[in-house]
Design a protein around this ligand. Structure first.
Ligand SMILES: Cc1cc2nc3c(=O)[nH]c(=O)nc-3n(C[C@H](O)[C@H](O)[C@H](O)COP(=O)(O)O)c2cc1C
Length: 212
């Protein structure tokens, strides 16, 4: 099976966030999608190892915010490359709360949804949460960021991506499990064999080279 074929399923990028007994946590996810319109339900899949997932399982509610096209990659790194087990990711971040006290950021996102978990399904490595959307608000008129936009952007804001005619073919190394694209300063080939995907911890050996 060529798992890169699955890269052609399009996704957005979201911040899922929760407050449980005074602790706030949030992580970046791409696996959110609308399931039904009436009642308004969305599906959210999150790795069990994420601290956010643990808190959502306890609280049974969360916010899901659609990142805006202008969202700086630092925001994605802040919420997606470190765990709330080690740091309070909301400590220096301005945020608002929904009716359940769950945080959401008003900057760099284009809409947010306040979600109540109606069913939790154990998918071994992940939890699938089937959620009723209880509040929804547009926070800006900006377009939502897609995972494709994020993968195409190397640094800075995705809205500063080079136009088609300026693009050069570049080699990229992609984790076939979580789609993380290596973007470190050290050439991928020079990384030690002990290198693991910073998102899903898969070994360097399974990364796939693609030319874009
Ligand atoms: C672009 C991007 C997409 C991600 N997509 C997901 C996802 O769909 N599901 C998931 O569980 N984690 C995803 N992650 C990983 C989590 O955001 C990351 O592991 C985070 O550090 C977990 O933080 P926590 O332990 O505070 O919850 C993604 C990260 C990035 C950078």
């Amino acid at each position: 099976m060529d798992k890169t074929a699955l890269f052609k399923i399009t996704y957005g990028l979201y911040l899922a966030a929760v407050e449980y007994e005074g602790e706030r946590c949030g992580c970046i996810i791409n696996t959110a999608s609308q399931a039904t319109d009436t009642p308004c339900r969305i599906l959210v899949t999150m790795q069990k190892r994420n601290h956010t997932t643990e808190l959502v399982m306890r609280k049974k509610s969360m916010t899901v915010s659609a990142l805006a096209i202008s969202c700086p990659t630092e925001v994605i790194r802040h919420f997606g490359f470190q765990s709330g087990r080690d740091t309070d990711k909301f400590a220096d971040t301005a945020y608002r709360t929904d009716g359940e006290g769950n945080p959401y950021i008003a900057e760099h996102v284009t809409a947010y949804y306040s979600c109540r978990v109606m069913q939790s399904i154990d998918l071994d490595t992940h939890m699938l949460f089937i959620c009723d959307v209880e509040e929804a608000e547009n926070l800006s008129a900006e377009a939502a960021l897609t995972y494709g936009d994020y993968r195409a952007a190397k640094n800075g804001r995705v809205s500063e991506m080079p136009v088609e005619s300026e693009k050069k073919t570049v080699k990229k190394y992609v984790c076939p499990i979580c789609h993380y694209v290596y973007d470190g300063d050290i050439p991928f080939e020079d990384l030690p064999d002990s290198y693991v995907c910073p998102i899903c911890k898969q070994p360097k050996s399974i990364f796939q080279m693609i030319e874009e």
